[in-house]
Design a protein around this ligand. Structure first.
Ligand code: MLT
Length: 264
């Protein structure tokens, strides 16, 4: 694990491999460990850089609201701090995908490819925003446990829950290792994120979309619609997995990513 100062705060990140840089942005409320199988399984082909976003894991917490744009600015700052000047592939899962939309808007010239995993293009509904605000308050009062209790039941395929408790516990531990202020700030930031569906036809970067066949948060139907609206995107459905496709079925997810990187 390394740390670097970006935009006045300390950010933690892990990296492995060499070659094309693939920056992997984690989902909520997780950290870079969710990319364990990509850090180990793709490092023979690419340089995988997986930061802890502001407020998560080893990275410094800034309380209040952290917007998806702020996370994108931090990602841009991380590239500068690591002297990465060649075009990169940006890979984001769920909240990491929300950050990717903002990165595309502001730093398009830094990208040569996009990998969007189990993510959404729509904004939160009014009810969704209220739920986020309620959960942020609860997390302030009760700690990360409250976020784990709310999120865990929705993240996995049935077979993961029934037969692969290691993955559930690993994910739970990532959640508990975060600080309440960081979790709450990201919740309020996600609640503010815009609807980006109107941007999709203009995103012509080569893009791979992957999503779990049993994803209850960002369904394969929704992911397929996003891919169809982008001029240069392909969707690959990952079997035996829910919202955490890259962790639940790393063999299939890595195969899709490897194939995408080969063709870039
Ligand atoms: C995530 O996995 O990052 C979350 O499900 C995103 C969300 O709550 O919208």
């Amino acid at each position: 694990m390394h740390t670097v100062t970006v935009n006045g705060i300390s950010l933690g990140y892990e990296e492995a491999g060499s070659g094309t840089v693939v920056v992997c942005l984690h989902g909520f409320p997780l950290n870079h460990h969710m990319w364990r199988d990509q850090l180990s399984g793709l490092s023979s082909q690419a340089r995988i850089v997986a930061p802890d976003l502001r407020g998560f894991g080893m990275s410094e917490v800034t309380p209040g609201v952290v917007t998806m744009e702020q996370f994108a600015d931090d990602t841009n700052g991380l590239l500068d701090a690591l002297d990465i000047n060649q075009p990169i592939v940006l890979c984001g899962l769920s909240m990491g995908g929300y950050v990717a939309w903002q990165f595309i808007r502001k730093y398009r010239e830094r990208l040569k490819g996009l990998i969007l995993c189990d993510t959404r293009a729509v904004a939160d509904t009014t009810e969704g925003i209220e739920n986020r605000q309620r959960l942020a308050k609860l997390v302030h009062e009760k700690g990360p446990d409250a976020a784990a209790a709310a999120m865990l039941p929705n993240l996995f395929a049935r077979t993961t829950i029934e037969e692969r408790d290691e993955i559930v516990q690993f994910t739970r531990q990532m959640m508990l290792n975060n600080q309440a202020e960081g979790i709450a700030a990201a919740l309020l930031g996600m609640a503010q994120r815009p609807d980006v569906r109107g941007w999709l036809p203009g995103i012509d970067i080569p893009s791979l979309l992957i999503g779990g066949a049993e994803d209850k948060i960002s369904s394969p139907t929704e992911m397929r619609e996003i891919a169809a609206a982008m001029p240069n995107a392909r969707f690959v459905e990952i079997p035996s997995s829910g919202h955490m496709s890259v962790l639940e079925n790393p063999a299939a997810a890595n195969e899709a990513i490897r194939d995408f990187l080969d063709r870039l």
